[in-house]
Write a protein that binds this ligand. Sequence first.
Ligand SMILES: NC(=O)c1ccc[n+]([C@@H]2O[C@H](COP(=O)([O-])OP(=O)(O)OC[C@H]3O[C@@H](n4cnc5c(N)ncnc54)[C@H](OP(=O)(O)O)[C@@H]3O)[C@@H](O)[C@H]2O)c1
Length: 203
Amino acid sequence: MRQMAPLKFPATPGGDFSGVVTEIGEGVSGFKKGDEVYGQANVTRSGSGSFAEFASADVNTTAHKPKNANHVEAAALPLTGVSAWQALVDHLGLSRGEKILIHGGAGGIGTIAIQLAKYLGAYVVATVSAKDIPYVKELGTDEAIDYKNQSFEELSKLAELVDKRAIKVHIEKTFPLEQAGEALMYLQNGHPRGKVVLKIRED
Ligand SMILES: NC(=O)c1ccc[n+]([C@@H]2O[C@H](COP(=O)([O-])OP(=O)(O)OC[C@H]3O[C@@H](n4cnc5c(N)ncnc54)[C@H](OP(=O)(O)O)[C@@H]3O)[C@@H](O)[C@H]2O)c1
């Protein structure tokens, strides 16, 4: 924690919050006392920590609460929701008709990512434990993969292409397991052509 923020103790933990504005900082516009807001107030983001009755939050990590969500629901959305948004919208630019594989579909980020991907019009494949298959289907998942018992379709298709010699796997260098440290140093010194692999034992 110390590496992330210069904490002064006592410090208040907690990031995500939902609540009502009681005071507004100087020069802040777009909010007024009594507004229902939600966002992030963690100490690593210029907030005062959300595990408290009152908290201060940076205006850049605060927004008006969705009207269709109560405070409990809104408080559960900020970090997972923003993480899913950054991945699917900002980084991937996911669009209608594209296919996406979401690992950990039943988790905090996964449940939002599945729904956001469906909203964007994508075909969604999600990995989950068997017990969570009905749950993620309810969220809109088109195909659910039980990651503990089912191999990935992509891996089987890749294997077929390697067998057909359509894909050649290029190994730049192998290291014995005992030299894992050297292997990582080797990677740090430049991007390899193809891959560097650790060999558990000689064939
Ligand atoms: N939560 C956040 O706001 C946040 C923000 C940024 C980054 N992250 C990172 O994003 C990742 C997911 O976070 P989360 O909050 O969504 O976690 P989470 O709520 O704990 O969910 C993780 C999910 O992954 C599943 N899972 C575990 N091993 C798996 C595997 N080998 N293949 C496929 N699924 C697997 C678990 O299912 P089972 O229990 O059924 O195995 C669980 O449903 C974590 O690495 C976290 O550090 C989270």
